[in-house]
Design a protein around this ligand. Structure first.
Ligand code: ATP
Ligand code: MG
Length: 427
């Protein structure tokens, strides 16, 4: 026997037992987008490496150590990267197609992202994000809309009790520069207590230290200067207005002055929805404003705000909260027992599907005894079994049995089955 080839570590199959839940959550997301007037955009999975370097920043975990970068077989091979996130590609596509020039856009996308990280529960190398981006709107109203939209999503999914909202304002570049100076001066004094990564970041990107998960570093940060103290009036007012909308709408949140987000391009509002149900992989949804990015990628300066949801984490959370509900895979199971019956069964099933487009019909393929076919019928969760034996085929009839209710078995003409099922279906 040949040796089996397995999936790559961190790259998961989503198996049939789980795809039903995925489809359910995806349908809720799609409906939600429709009800807020957002449009889907579909983007490539591979982009120029330079796009991510420029958008995300050279001194970030993603660019420093998490990207899947390769070159193809071109004559002058360009460095290519499997997208680690969706925002950079979305902005690139909008600029390339003039979607943000003097106009607003409300967009969403979903699909796989790739990061070379240590795989564990809720953290994979291929994972899926659902992302939303809104371009060309500079006021706090759109920030608030995005947060209201996510709050509604948790309600629609019945998850509102297991997620909480954290918010912060990063201010503008100049405000952050002043804060950065104060933070660096403070951390320099306690350099020895920081973890290795953070010591290195002190020189390259000190703000990212606030994001450190190291306990020693966290302790040092407790007495560090706080970003909100460095914001000017405009940033404070923008943030206050976002908070005021949430207060008025009854969306609870806490202000976390150490929330900085992993990526460099954010300004003003940042937010994260976190859960305690998934261990240390608690961030389910993360987002914020990133007004500088469009210009940074060569476009005419324009405002931008967005968020991304990690779908694996959302699905894990959904599974924790909503235990598996047994769903049936068919309404009707069609059993065929005996010579020449299976061809008639396939054709009868075709007729039923044409006549009753909503009906789910599962045909027994591969033969088997009456008893084994009935076992399959029961397992399918179908309400009815239709049985075609040699006699039925001869007479142009079919036997109908109720699988979930007490009723006498019926014999029906094959051309009367659709009508009968239609009646039953609307009961
Ligand atoms: P974390 O702090 O958990 O590493 P992050 O700051 O890297 O998250 P973002 O880049 O903001 O995450 O991505 C948005 C969301 O995508 C996260 O909140 C999370 O739900 C999900 N996510 C990020 N990385 C992974 C991964 N490797 N596997 C699964 N989901 C992920
Ligand atoms: Mg990360």
């Amino acid at each position: 026997m040949s040796q089996k080839i397995n999936a790559i570590r961190g790259f998961n199959d989503i198996l049939p037992a789980d795809t039903g839940r995925w489809a359910e959550v995806e349908a809720v997301l799609r409906d939600l987008m429709r009800s807020y007037g957002y449009h889907e955009i579909r983007l490539p999975i591979v982009e120029s490496t330079s796009l991510f370097k420029r958008a995300i920043g050279e001194v970030t975990d993603i660019v420093e150590k998490e990207m899947y970068t390769f070159s193809d077989q071109g004559e002058r091979p360009e460095s290519l990267t499997l997208r680690p996130e969706g925002t950079a590609g979305c902005v690139r596509a909008c600029l390339e197609n003039s979607l943000t020039y003097n106009q607003t856009q409300r967009l969403w996308y979903t699909g796989p992202m790739f990061r070379y990280e240590k795989p564990q529960k809720g953290r994979y190398r291929q994972f899926h994000q659902f992302g939303v981006e809104a371009f060309g709107m500079q006021g706090p109203d759109i920030d608030a809309e995005l947060i209201l939209l996510t709050a509604r999503l948790w309600r629609d999914l019945g998850l509102q009790h297991v997620v909480r909202l954290e918010m912060n304002s990063l201010g503008e570049l100049a405000e952050r520069a002043r804060f950065k100076e104060a933070l660096t001066a403070y951390l320099e004094q306690r350099r020895a207590e920081l973890d290795e990564d953070s010591q290195r970041r002190l020189a390259t990107n000190p703000l990212r230290i606030l994001d450190s998960k190291d306990a020693g570093t966290q302790a040092v940060l407790r007495d560090a200067p706080q970003l909100p103290d460095f914001l000017d009036a405009e940033s404070c007012q923008h943030f206050a207005e976002v908070c005021a909308v949430l207060d008025a709408a009854g969306v609870a949140y806490t202000v976390n002055p150490r929330l900085v987000r992993g990526l460099d391009y954010y300004n003003k509002t940042v937010f994260e929805w976190v859960t305690d149900e998934l261990g240390s992989q608690g961030a389910v949804c993360a987002g914020g404003r990133y007004d500088g990015l469009i210009e940074q990628l060569g476009g005419q300066a324009s405002s931008a705000v967005g968020f991304a949801i990690g779908l694996e984490r959302l699905l894990l959370l959904h599974a924790v909260v909503h235990e598996k509900t047994a769903t049936s895979e068919a309404d009707v199971f069609l059993a065929a027992v005996g010579e020449g019956t299976s061809r008639v069964a396939l054709l009868l099933a075709e007729t039923l599907r044409t006549t009753l487009p909503d009906l789910r019909v599962l045909v027994n393929c591969g033969g088997g005894s009456f008893k084994s076919q009935f076992k399959k019928a029961d397992k399918s969760g179908a309400r009815f079994a239709l049985v075609l034996g040699e006699d039925e085929v001869k007479n142009g009839t079919v036997s109908l049995k109720w699988l979930r209710e007490e009723h006498e078995q019926l014999s029906l003409a094959q051309n009367a089955v659709a009508g009968f099922l239609k009646e039953q279906h609307t009961l």
